[in-house]
Write a protein that binds this ligand. Structure first.
Ligand code: NAP
Ligand code: GLV
Length: 295
């Protein structure tokens, strides 16, 4: 920040005690960090998801300084990373690469009947900044793609559904479910037994949003029952995933350590610095979180 905003004075949170500060840049801040800091003009979150900030209100309704906008990262290089990650997982399932790996281990040369693209309908839950990029990327491979959001959306090549009323039709018969929703009281625990059994038999689940979206025991039971053929999970209720967690022992569940879309240093600093300049000029900025909605 000191390089990109040479006119600014940059201090750590510890150094800022007792000083007036205009902007804070945070990731999962402790309760004491923002409480009472009404000197701030904005709080910039070093990620897309702001649940790590908004959750502070659960224990203390005064945790966030009143009237200070909270600003999330808007793509900043994350959408392309997320699309790569999800496309890699989908293509691995679609092209049966795990089965061919197993055949290679056994020294077997054998044709496996391919999946039909038309039977491989993919549903993306959350078609905002990241989800719309993922949906368009998957549609470019020719898969039938559906999207689900809170409000009605138009995304090229994607069949859109919205709201609770649209959820049943969105989920019905999906071969792959991709979750990229923000974590809010409305979306917590959304992937449970009830939802998993609305998907096609032998469906796949890809969760790149938050661990709290998924009822972990329900997914494990659905995998063991054959309803879910496999899952690729980047996020977990407890991170790092505890050593004794049963997912480590389930080969049909693929685990990655919250890396599907990393905060890129240069892109993120450039985006935040650009917004600080706009605010200093009294201009509006994108990415201000709606505190009522929770994202
Ligand atoms: P975003 O632009 O705010 O998009 C959120 C989408 O979810 C919107 O389409 C929104 O609908 C929809 N939505 C929210 N609540 C809903 C509900 N109750 N029912 C139906 N749809 C709902 O967020 P984003 O930038 O795409 O990021 C999404 C999430 O990805 C983040 O919150 C974060 O948790 C996660 N993430 C994970 C990683 C990682 O490395 N694993 C990295 C970055 C982000 P509307 O369009 O109608 O508002
Ligand atoms: C990462 O998880 C983010 O929300 O940016």
């Amino acid at each position: 920040f000191a390089e990109v905003l040479p006119e600014a004075q940059c201090v750590t949170w510890e150094e800022s005690q007792g000083q007036q500060v205009d902007y804070a840049v945070v990731w999962r801040p402790p309760l004491e960090m923002l409480r009472g800091r009404t000197d701030l003009k904005a709080v910039f979150n070093l990620g897309a998801g702001v649940d790590g900030i908004l959750r502070l209100r659960d224990n203390d309704p005064e945790a966030l300084p009143a009237g200070v906008p909270i600003v999330r990262l808007d793509d900043a290089g994350m959408a392309a990373q997320m699309s790569e990650y999800v496309a890699a997982a989908v293509l691995r399932y679609f092209r049966k690469l795990d089965a061919y790996d197993a055949q290679e281990q056994a020294g077997t040369w054998k044709f496996l009947k391919p999946h039909r693209r038309a039977d491989f309908t993919i549903g993306v839950m959350g078609i905002g900044t990241l989800g719309s990029h993922i949906a368009r990327t998957l549609a470019s491979f020719g898969f039938p793609v559906r999207g689900w959001s809170r409000s009605a959306k138009v995304v090229d090549g994607v069949q859109s559904f919205h709201g609770e009323d649209g959820q049943q039709a969105f989920l019905s018969g999906l071969k792959v479910l991709v979750n990229v929703l923000p974590l809010t009281p409305d979306t917590e625990d959304i992937i449970d037994t009830h939802l998993l059994y609305k998907l096609a038999k032998g469906a796949y689940v890809i969760n790149v949003a938050r661990g709290q979206h998924l009822v972990e025991a329900d997914l494990l039971a659905a995998v063991q029952d054959g309803q879910i053929a496999g899952a690729t999970l980047d996020v977990f209720r407890t991170e790092p995933l505890p050593a004794e967690h049963p997912y480590w022992q389930e080969p049909r569940i693929t685990i990655t350590p919250h890396i599907s879309a990393l905060t890129l240093r240069e892109d993120s600093i450039a985006q935040i610095a650009g917004k600080i300049r706009l605010l200093a000029e009294g201009k509006p900025i994108a990415g201000v979180v709606d505190l009522q909605r929770g994202y």
